[in-house]
Design a protein around this ligand. Structure first.
Ligand SMILES: N[C@@H](CCC(=O)N[C@@H](CSCO)C(=O)NCC(=O)O)C(=O)O
Ligand SMILES: [Zn+2]
Ligand SMILES: [Zn+2]
Length: 187
């Protein structure tokens, strides 16, 4: 069956640049675009199949990475941003007009607090860290993807050199687990 994981990776993965210093994200409005400037590269960039991350039309996955929140600033038309779900762990700041998510921020006590979640495909410069893994793969079934075809999705990621997970990568899961243990006084 034909499907698009995400237009940025469907035809192969382009590696990022080691000396990359950042760029600006633009929402999809034809004018008065919301712009967000990132001072530096992203980390843990990944494909995410969850239902909450912003995906371009027709794509099964989002591409999303993290960057310290101090490196993130809204540089134009910030009045068009609104928080989609203030109760969610990640407060996704989306453009009211085009729906694109510009950044997701964690305000509550959490292992990833201090890191913002961003989609670097919204930038017009190259050199961003390439996707490192695929997360929340089985979540696309929750959104209606036929489970009989899920092996093709996992196989496509593998052929691109990306490991697939049904939560986050081991490195990120370890950070979450260590945070839980610290809160319980066990570490
Ligand atoms: N099956 C659910 C999973 C949603 C989920 O837990 N998403 C993760 C990853 S988002 C970026 O990698 C998460 O951390 N969510 C916290 C939040 O969204 O606030 C689904 O598909 O909805
Ligand atoms: Zn917009
Ligand atoms: Zn997600």
């Amino acid at each position: 069956m034909a499907f698009s994981l995400h237009p940025v990776i469907d035809n192969g993965i382009t590696k990022g640049a080691a000396d990359f210093t950042g760029g600006t994200l633009y929402c999809h409005c034809p004018s008065d675009k919301v712009t967000v400037t990132l001072k530096g590269n992203v980390l843990h960039n990944h494909a995410c199949g969850c239902s909450k991350c912003w995906k371009p039309k027709g794509a099964l996955f989002a591409i999303i990475g993290v960057i310290p929140r101090d490196s993130v600033s809204v540089t134009a038309n910030g009045s068009k941003l609104h928080v989609l779900d203030p109760e969610a762990t990640i407060q996704r700041n989306a453009c009211k007009d085009c729906g694109v998510h510009l950044f997701g921020r964690i305000e509550k006590d959490h292992a990833f607090k201090g890191l913002d979640f961003v989609h670097v495909e919204l930038s017009d410069v190259k050199g961003w860290q390439e996707p490192q893994f695929a997360a929340f793969v089985s979540s696309i079934i929750e959104q209606g993807f036929d489970p009989k075809d899920i092996d093709q999705v996992r196989g496509k990621f593998k052929s691109l050199g990306l490991e697939t997970y049904d939560v986050l990568s081991p490195a990120l899961m370890d950070m979450l687990a260590a945070f839980t243990a610290k809160q319980a006084g066990l570490l």
